[in-house]
Design a protein around this ligand. Structure first.
Ligand code: NAG
Ligand code: NAG
Ligand code: NAG
Ligand code: NAG
Ligand code: NAG
Length: 490
């Protein structure tokens, strides 16, 4: 009543009449006045509402006035700030270079060209579902975690990562605002087209072309490429060919002067500090936190009848003496060890269901070096809650420093490859020394690592859980911040 009176007093044409409104309340023109007041209050209500809204907008505009076009409510990062007076993307903006198609789309267009005779299915199939590959059939079960499984090819990491970064919540079209510049070049798939059949200049040509394109861009000039990064689904060594002999392996991409200034994420790094290892992609690409939790719960209840297992093939005497010893020891351990021979013609080593069943039923999974120090199988075994057993620190500890804990005794076992070859240590004996309590604690650590080593489905969102992609971005932003600071000092 008071407010109505005040409003009418100030805004209506006849203040005197309004002042005497109370006394006239039972008279006929009162009803006119009443409707007038009501209308006015409604109008004022909306005016106030708008005013409030404008005020609110002003506050938020103040915080998101960066032209980054980020969606403020998206929460990919666990520690993301929910503070309206601060831009939550500050320091996390990534600019993605719009590369000519010859560096990515065209590389995978002719998918037969990147398919090898030894591939389980053509790369055309592996490219399905944003690079996750075909959905695993029979995954229609009632448990939700069964929906996130795919036959993923390890070489697809470049496509998987590219599709995922397109959904990153702090992308910007303004490169000056960006803390990091992503170069979506499919380095490994490009090389795969020529690796076995061509002369070195064909293998090197796209890389040279790319560096030439990048170094002409204004984005390059700012930090001479030190804030640029790319990803490779092949090991770093493949891009560091030492000579120009045709028989020598790989390309020279990472030896080019411009390329050296960028950071390359790769499934296996070498001696160069500019290559940083990230997990191989595995078969599980969940789209919700719930799917991850369900799978973890399922693993905790698993019965594991085998003490240890190994899925792999023998290598020649010179190349892989550890493998021969491991296979011998496994076969001599009877039912304690389960060996899946990937050299046999009918092998099922590329079949996700077979592999996951093997690892899911084992307490420890042996991960010896093969053609190179690391194996995708390491991540398959973590995904199955199987404690990995390494024979070289370079198989994981010195590689995945952003993704795996520093204290490796918590989640894995290291057996010296040298001692094994010298017959000083038996695998079965070493593993049997580990108490049930220790084993239980290690397995729990492994199960907790699962979200950190998987690449979630970009078509929906894992919130609050940081996955392998999130950790890679976090790591690269920190690294680039350090590198560009150094730059300023110089
Ligand atoms: C932000 O995104 C919208 C579409 O969602 C687009 O129309 C607009 O141009 C973008 N703004 C900037 C600054 O990039
Ligand atoms: C928001 O950020 C400002 C400055 O960074 C800080 O002073 C304030 O306490 C924060 N508020 C909340 C609710 O976190
Ligand atoms: C999965 O379920 C859909 C419909 O719910 C059905 O059409 C499809 O055949 C099922 N696939 C398998 C492999 O069971
Ligand atoms: C960048 O620009 C493109 C094309 O103009 C637009 O489609 C995209 O949404 C923009 N992205 C951001 C993060 O602003
Ligand atoms: C790479 O960085 C160094 C400085 O560390 C610089 O001298 C060199 O010119 C850079 N290379 C290119 C191609 O920008």
């Amino acid at each position: 009543m008071k407010i109505h009176a005040l409003i009418t007093q100030f805004f209506a044409g006849n203040p005197t009449r309004n002042l005497s409104w109370k006394h006239q309340s039972r008279r006929k023109n009162c009803s006119n006045q009443f409707w007038f007041v009501l209308l006015f209050s409604i109008v004022m209500f909306f005016v106030l509402l708008c005013f409030n809204h404008l005020f609110f907008l002003e506050k938020t505009i103040g915080s998101v006035s960066f032209p980054g076009n980020s969606t403020g409510s998206a929460t990919y990062f666990p520690g993301k700030l929910k503070n309206s007076s601060k831009d939550s993307c500050f320091g996390r903006y990534v600019y993605v270079h719009d590369l000519p198609k010859r560096f990515n789309e065209d590389v995978i267009k002719d998918c037969q060209l990147i398919t090898r005779p030894t591939d389980r299915f053509s790369m055309c199939k592996s490219l399905e579902n944003s690079g996750f590959g075909p959905r695993i059939r029979g995954s229609n079960g009632s448990e939700s975690w069964k929906n996130g499984w795919f036959s993923t090819n390890q070489f697809m990491l470049e496509v998987i990562f590219h599709n995922r970064i397109k959904k990153y919540d702090c992308l910007t079209n303004y490169s000056t605002l960006a803390s990091a510049v992503f170069v979506p070049y499919y380095a490994g798939l490009d090389l795969r087209r020529y690796l076995w059949r061509s002369d070195v200049s064909t293998r090197d040509s796209t890389g040279i072309d790319l560096v030439d394109w990048l170094t002409r861009k204004p984005e390059w000039k700012r930090n001479l490429g030190k804030d640029h990064f790319l990803i490779s689904g092949r090991i770093a060594r493949d891009f560091r060919r030492k000579s120009d002999r045709k028989s020598d392996w790989g390309s020279n991409f990472r030896l080019l002067p411009g390329s050296e200034n960028m950071t390359m994420l790769t499934i296996e790094s070498g001696s160069s500090k500019n290559d940083v290892a990230v997990p191989y992609p595995t078969y599980f690409h969940p789209s919700t936190n719930f799917q991850v939790h369900e799978w973890q719960q399922f693993l905790r209840k698993q019965n594991r009848p085998h003490l240890f297992s190994f899925a792999g093939a023998r290598r020649s005497k010179q190349k892989g003496p550890i493998r021969a010893e491991i296979i011998n020891q496994c076969q001599a351990s009877n039912k304690l060890c389960n060996f899946l021979d990937c050299a046999s013609s009918s092998n099922k080593c590329d079949d996700p269901a077979t592999l996951m069943n093997l690892f899911r039923n084992s307490i420890f999974c042996l991960q010896p070096p093969g053609d190179s120090l690391t194996r995708r199988s390491t991540f398959d075994s973590i995904l199955s809650g199987c404690i990995p057993v390494f024979f070289h620190p370079g198989s994981a500890y010195t590689q995945y420093v952003w993704h795996l804990p520093k204290d490796h005794n918590k989640y894995s076992v290291l057996i010296s490859g040298k001692d094994l070859r010298a017959g000083k240590v038996g695998i079965k004996q070493r593993l049997q020394q580990i108490s049930k309590d220790e084993e239980q604690a290690m397995r729990e650590e492994v199960i907790k690592l699962i979200p950190r080593i998987l690449y979630g489905d970009p078509r929906s969102r894992l919130d609050t859980i940081g996955d392998a992609f999130d950790l890679a971005i976090k790591g690269i932003l920190k690294r680039i911040e350090m590198l560009t600071k150094e730059n300023i000092k110089i």
